[in-house]
Ligand binder design. Structure first.
Ligand SMILES: C[S@@+](CC[C@H](N)C(=O)[O-])C[C@H]1O[C@@H](n2cnc3c(N)ncnc32)[C@H](O)[C@@H]1O
Length: 271
């Protein structure tokens, strides 16, 4: 490796850290919903359960699970997001989390409930590609659960993905200043949806300036896979799950033309 190559790698790593720190702070500022958390807690009931949350991020869901008395275990690949948890979980001892790639790393087993919520199903990042990664999540959930255990999935669902996901031009998703003084915005550009493959493609662009005046402009291609209701039903059935409850919103309406979510409680069947 040449000295030049090494210096370039260090610059890329530094930029990645600045972007990760800024993104984690923007997530904390913008994504403060509690309705989905309250709904999950009501589905779980009051008996304490051993729960694994995949992609727990900054603990928005994980910490309330622990505070409600459940034994809460979280996995996430983003260290900057995980660093937000300790302050929220102070004094709570029935919570653990670790850095892990949900597709590559071991989940361990013996859980009563596996949670794949916060639209993670649509936001998974993996070298496997988004659709295969989604299937792997269900395969791994099956092995992580006790017999009769429950998989809880909550993601953005519509019967008209072409209307939701096609956005020519640019949209500002996050804008603001983080706790390090890095300021700027993240935009999603030219989102397209391919009905044949279910793939949603866009470019994520960061335009940031650090407190010391360093300018970062980075474009990252993003490919997500839209999971239709039919597809998730097929995958769950293939993995031996039985759907026990299914809702289209937090008011418990069935999934329909005007509801915006798929909230699924599926039990792993005993073989
Ligand atoms: C939209 S956030 C959701 C966080 C949290 N579940 C919530 O609802 O607040 C998505 C999270 O997925 C994580 N993530 C994406 N791909 C992952 C993977 N392959 N393994 C582990 N975490 C992943 C990201 O790091 C990010 O924290």
């Amino acid at each position: 490796m040449t000295l030049l190559q090494k210096t370039e790698d260090i610059i890329v790593l530094k930029e990645e850290k600045i972007i990760a720190d800024w993104s984690a702070d923007m997530y904390e500022i913008d994504e403060t919903g509690t309705e989905d958390v309250a709904f999950l807690l009501s589905c779980l009931g009051v008996t304490p359960k051993r729960i694994l949350e995949i992609a727990c991020g900054s603990g928005r869901i994980l910490v309330p699970l622990a505070k409600a008395g459940h034994v809460a275990v979280g996995l996430d690949m983003d260290e900057a997001m995980l660093r937000k948890i300790p302050a929220k979980a102070e004094g709570v001892d029935n919570i653990t989390w670790r850095i892990a790639d949900a597709i590559v790393d071991d989940w361990e087993n013996g859980y009563d409930v596996v949670v794949i919520a916060g639209n993670f199903l649509m936001n998974i990042v993996s070298e496997e590609g988004p659709e295969r990664a989604q299937q792997i999540l269900l395969e791994k959930a099956k092995f992580a659960l006790k017999p009769g255990g429950m998989l809880y999935i909550d993601y953005n669902h519509t019967f008209y993905p072409e209307q939701w996901y096609v956005h020519p031009g640019e949209r500002v998703i996050w804008e603001g200043t983080d706790s390090h003084g890095t300021t700027g915005r993240m935009l999603l550009c030219d989102s397209t949806y391919d009905a044949a493959t279910g793939l949603i493609r866009s470019v994520r662009r960061y335009e940031l300036e650090t407190a010391t005046g360093e300018k970062i402009r980075k474009e990252m291609p993003s490919v997500k896979h839209y999971v239709s209701l039919e597809q998730i039903h097929t995958w769950l059935s293939e993995e031996g799950f039985r759907i026990e409850k299914e809702y289209g919103d937090y008011a418990e309406n069935p999934i329909g033309e005007t509801t915006g979510r798929a909230i699924i409680c599926a039990a792993v069947t005993e073989e």
